[in-house]
Design a protein around this ligand. Sequence first.
Ligand SMILES: Cc1cc2nc3c(=O)[nH]c(=O)nc-3n(C[C@H](O)[C@H](O)[C@H](O)COP(=O)(O)OP(=O)(O)OC[C@H]3O[C@@H](n4cnc5c(N)ncnc54)[C@H](O)[C@@H]3O)c2cc1C
Length: 397
Amino acid sequence: MADRNFLDWPFFEPRHRALASELQRWATENLSRSHDHDVDAACSKIVRQLGAAGWLKHAVAGKAYGGLEDSIDTRAICILRETLAYQSGLADFSFAMQGLGSGAISLFGTPEQKAAYLPRVADGIAIAAFALSEPGAGSDAASLQCEARADARGFVLNGEKTWLSNGGIADFYVVFARTGEAPGSRGISAFIVEPATPGFAVAERIHIMAPHPLARISFTNCLLSSSQRLGAPGQGFKVAMATLDVFRTSVAAAALGFARRAFAEALRRATTRKMFGQSLADFQITQAKLAEMATSIDAAALLTYRSAWLRDQGRRVTVEAAMAKMTATETAQKVIDAAVQIFGAQGVAAGEIVEQLYREIRPLRIYEGATEVQQLVIARGILKSFQENQPVHDANS
Ligand SMILES: Cc1cc2nc3c(=O)[nH]c(=O)nc-3n(C[C@H](O)[C@H](O)[C@H](O)COP(=O)(O)OP(=O)(O)OC[C@H]3O[C@@H](n4cnc5c(N)ncnc54)[C@H](O)[C@@H]3O)c2cc1C
């Protein structure tokens, strides 16, 4: 990676610096941006590679269940995503989904559920998926309609989930469905569902601008046992939000990896491309662009690693994670766009690294809470703490 000076920042401990340099060496030797056109096969292969090399141990919590630590080390997750994203968008995706897809089990699973899934996730043998979004419920996830009706045998699951990463190749899905204990977000529970369950079907494979396995899944009278419920009844929305809370900062880190790669590519191109008797980097207009890119990357990195560090201190980071995700993803989009401009026509040539990055960054501004949703979260948090800190006025004074 071009600039690793950020690792000197006080947010990190020696183990994070060691992880970063070991992973960078491994990623450079083992990963590349171009991969097989069969994205399912490419993704399954990367998950196995990540598992065999031991990197997925960071994605699960619990030493007894294949994890490196008993809780998730957010800074480690961020370093992993940033470094993988720098080298390969698909590797970052594969790592992130093993964490997000199994995160609810790490946080809320019974010992039996943890033992059944987490060691296989950590070894890269089982592929995980997180099933919250529905055709009618994306940003407004609490309005989901998928239903798990309790009956004498357990639960009967009906409905649809869409935009599921790893949809079609996952070995298990953490599914959020309405169980009706209370209206709205308090009447949802989480379940672990395996694709062999009768009534489970891949309704549609979805193809997007930066290919990765994605699908719409339907459930028709899928019978689930009570032991498949994850967390307490009616607490499913909390389970989903707590899982997203762990991984939202890591989306910012992935965006940073994309931005840093685009910046490195832009520097190389600007210093070697000759025009008007000098190099592109000799023009002040180019230098202004490079200065903007470098500064905005550092600003996004400071927000990202502040959020990761705070979370590792046991603090709530709802606002800080939203600031990091919004800033890093929006910044990365601008940095990558500037890199494409510096490359000229070569920047839009299919297969060029900056062209791939241009496609890879776009979904990050939408998934796990679009930028507008992050703005609401930040404003809500700020207004709440402003109101809580107002002096109480005596009505008689
Ligand atoms: C590549 C990719 C992978 C994904 N993987 C998963 C997955 O693994 N599991 C899963 O459950 N889901 C997944 N999703 C779905 C993702 O979480 C949703 O796309 C996201 O929550 C937005 O929902 P939506 O697409 O329905 O957009 P909508 O909810 O229809 O929102 C559309 C747009 O409206 C704007 N908007 C939203 N809220 C507000 C507001 N309050 N005020 C003003 N504007 C607003 C935003 O710009 C937003 O982009 C994935 C999506 C993508 C693109």
